[in-house]
Write a protein that binds this ligand. Structure first.
Ligand SMILES: NC(=O)C1=CN([C@@H]2O[C@H](COP(=O)(O)OP(=O)(O)OC[C@H]3O[C@@H](n4cnc5c(N)ncnc54)[C@H](OP(=O)(O)O)[C@@H]3O)[C@@H](O)[C@H]2O)C=CC1
Ligand SMILES: O=C(O)C1=N[C@H](C(=O)O)C[C@H](O)C1
Length: 268
């Protein structure tokens, strides 16, 4: 068994701490580096202290040197951070698990371009449940293509900075593809004032930001006389972290290429 040496970016963040826990518990992985920004109050602290017991890996902002000797990085940070790490990983041949959301189309293209040289799993939601939900949506959307109004509602904690969530947007993409619609043309991101009646093919998005909600997503198909709702509720960030651990195992033998959690879970 080759032990996978793992770097964690944004290691002091909400997901970073769940990932520290998950990597520490994985028998086939070893923490190799814990990264933070250069103004982080956590720099030089033992990363293990964030999860209750020291591990000897000090938090650093020098990702270029820290990545030497790592096989993979798990990155749940911000687009600017992930793209900086991407360039270094491409140079050093380090594989990437990217959970960060909020990328522009151009930025996503940069991930795709780098995947010619390194293997990358990029997914807006790494929980098994959400990825099964994507499959359910595909089936529902194909059957409920006409006569049903489609709305996506998501709720997250008050600290989340991007909206709609990456998961909600992916839900929209899955539904649009299954119903032969172009999401760019049919998406409605919130409504206000005299909006007029709902246009048939639109897909509406609603966003809630409140308290400590981990992540909740509902896709609603509302017809005449009935309504179907497909709902996923995350109650712990460990569900995302455990998905990232599965992604590490999936990437172990991949030399390059861009994958998502549908690939990792064999749902493609
Ligand atoms: N794919 C999935 O399954 C999931 C994805 N996410 C996504 O993961 C990302 C992180 O979420 P969360 O952990 O809640 O956020 P946090 O703000 O708690 O953590 C982000 C971490 O990244 C650091 N960071 C921010 N900017 C940079 C940068 N430019 N370079 C390096 N590090 C940086 C932060 O440092 P500092 O605090 O100093 O700014 C912090 O430590 C979000 O995009 C979120 O949507 C979240 C959960 C699941
Ligand atoms: O920021 C979060 O917390 C989450 N972000 C992801 C998203 O934008 O979809 C996934 C999850 O819902 C938690």
């Amino acid at each position: 068994m080759t032990i996978q040496k793992i770097a964690i970016a944004g290691s002091a963040g909400r997901m970073g701490q769940a990932l520290l826990d998950a990597v520490t518990q994985a028998g086939d992985m070893q923490l190799c580096a814990a990264l933070e920004q250069n103004d982080s109050p956590y720099l030089d602290k033992d990363s293990g202290e964030l999860i209750g017991s020291s591990n000897g890996i000090r938090i650093t902002h020098n990702y270029v040197s820290a990545l030497v000797g790592c096989h993979q990085i798990i990155d749940f940070t911000r687009p600017a951070g992930t793209l900086a790490h991407l360039a270094a990983c491409r140079e050093a041949g380090v594989k990437m698990i990217v959970g960060t959301t909020g990328f522009s189309t151009t930025e996503k293209e940069m991930l795709k371009a780098a995947s010619k040289d390194i293997a990358i799993v990029f997914a807006p939601n790494m929980s098994v449940g959400v990825n099964v939900t994507f499959k359910l949506l595909e089936i529902a959307a194909k059957v409920l293509n006409q006569g049903y109004d489609i709305e996506i509602i998501e709720a997250h904690h008050r600290h989340k900075i991007d909206a709609p969530s990456g998961t909600a947007l992916r839900m929209g993409e899955v539904i649009a593809e299954a119903t032969n619609r172009d999401l760019k043309k049919v998406a409605i991101y919130g409504r206000e004032g005299v909006t007029g009646e709902r246009a048939d093919d639109t897909i509406g998005f609603s966003t809630i930001r409140a308290g400590d909600i981990v992540g909740e997503h509902t896709a609603m198909f509302a017809g005449t006389g009935e309504r179907i709702e497909i709902v996923h509720k995350a109650s712990s960030r460990m569900t995302f972290a455990m998905g990232a651990i599965r992604a590490v195992r999936f990437l172990k033998d991949k030399p390059n290429g861009l994958f998502d959690m549908q690939d990792v879970l064999g749902l493609r």
